[in-house]
Write a protein that binds this ligand. Structure first.
Ligand code: ZN
Length: 362
């Protein structure tokens, strides 16, 4: 009777709880998979159990691959099919997981973290949105809701405009979203594995505290960058950094392609060239997961320097067996380093006061 009530409750909640089968050891491993490295790092932190070093999630997207265009290999699809819990950002980012997730066992728990309550969502930007940027002005952190209202009446009929349900999918690059996702991950794992709920809760609290401490240190760096004698001016290959820009106040001057799977159109390129010169752009950021040839050509034509920025953080783990614990903080620190390199390249000085190594690691 109790089991029936529990099953009904679980169905109402929209998720099916894992049945506790008699005869199966209580410490049977909960198989968890995570799509991209930053999600993997947050899930790993919540699962961390010193007594069980094998309690780590699987990483679905290999190092150096782009979630925008990946296709699972058969062996990867088989490994994924054994997962009891799968975390991804959502269908707008990892569309390659739509079919594999639909084929998962019916009792598997699939979490689209983009649905996490309380997330900051930003609309997908087009050229006109970039022009609205007010460079060098830090807007602060209290006006997140305003952004939607400003764009609701957006009437641009752009070639690459995309009406993704949740807007720009690169949500993890705002640390407030990462913190909300840690809570969602802990809630999900606690439902799937109630015996370890206290562990997941404690891990989530510790993870949030360490994220907040690291982000506070980084916020001091953004203030230094924003008050430096010269602005740091850059374009990115695709518009991956909008959430980071909103958090840090350090704004890009646009992106080379509006959709990483479609080459930039002639009109967009014309607008981009005008902006490169009008905004005195100095740097082009290429991404290790995407083909940077067009970006390098544009940089060469316009006399700009090229720097690598990694919004997924996975380039650094290529060839390693360990998928980089602490990689979420490292990836934000990597963006800091790229911005510092751009600034230093054109001024000969570090924007961060000293030329010492980044201080993002504990
Ligand atoms: Zn992207």
């Amino acid at each position: 009777m109790r089991a029936i009530v529990m099953a009904a409750t679980a169905l109402i909640a929209g998720q099916v709880l894992l049945a506790s089968t008699p005869g199966v050891a209580q410490d049977a491993r909960l198989r968890v998979s995570a799509s991209i490295l930053p999600v993997h790092d947050l899930v790993r932190a919540v699962m961390h159990d010193p007594a069980r070093p094998d309690a780590v999630p699987g990483l679905i997207l290999p190092a150096g691959a782009s979630p925008h265009s990946y296709a699972l290999k058969p062996s990867e699809a088989r490994a994924l099919s054994e997962a009891a819990v799968v975390f991804r950002i959502g269908p707008d980012l990892e569309a390659f997981l739509d079919r594999p997730l639909a084929n998962l066992a019916s009792d598997a728990i699939k979490v689209d973290l983009v649905e996490t309550p309380g997330l900051i969502h930003l609309p997908i930007r087009d050229d006109a949105d970039f022009e609205r940027h007010d460079h060098g002005k830090h807007e602060g952190h209290g006006d997140e809701g305003k952004e939607h209202a400003e764009h609701d009446h957006d009437k641009h009929d752009h070639e690459a405009e995309n009406h993704a349900e949740h807007g720009d999918p690169h949500i993890w690059l705002h640390p407030a979203n990462a913190i909300a996702m840690v809570g969602e991950i802990a809630r999900t794992l606690s439902e799937a594995d109630p015996d370890r709920a206290p562990l997941y809760r404690a891990n989530a609290q510790r993870t949030v505290a360490s994220l907040k401490a690291a982000m506070t240190r980084l916020e001091a760096d953004w203030q230094m960058l924003l008050s430096a004698p010269e602005p740091v001016t850059f374009v990115v290959f695709h518009d991956s950094l909008q959430y980071f820009e909103r958090w840090s106040g350090v704004a890009s001057s646009g992106s080379i392609t509006l959709n990483p799977e479609v080459p930039p159109g002639a009109r967009h390129m014309q607008e981009l060239r005008q902006r490169l010169s009008a905004q005195n752009v100095r740097c082009v950021f290429v991404e290790p997961q995407l083909d940077g040839r067009i970006a390098r050509q544009i940089a060469e034509d316009a006399g700009l320097s090229v720097h690598v920025v990694d919004p997924i953080g996975s380039a650094s783990i290529a060839g390693t067996a360990d998928h980089g614990a602490g990689s979420y903080i490292d990836l934000i620190g990597g963006i800091r380093d790229t911005l510092g390199d751009c600034y230093r390249k054109h001024t000969g000085r570090s924007p961060f006061g000293t030329d010492s190594q980044p201080t993002v690691k504990d």
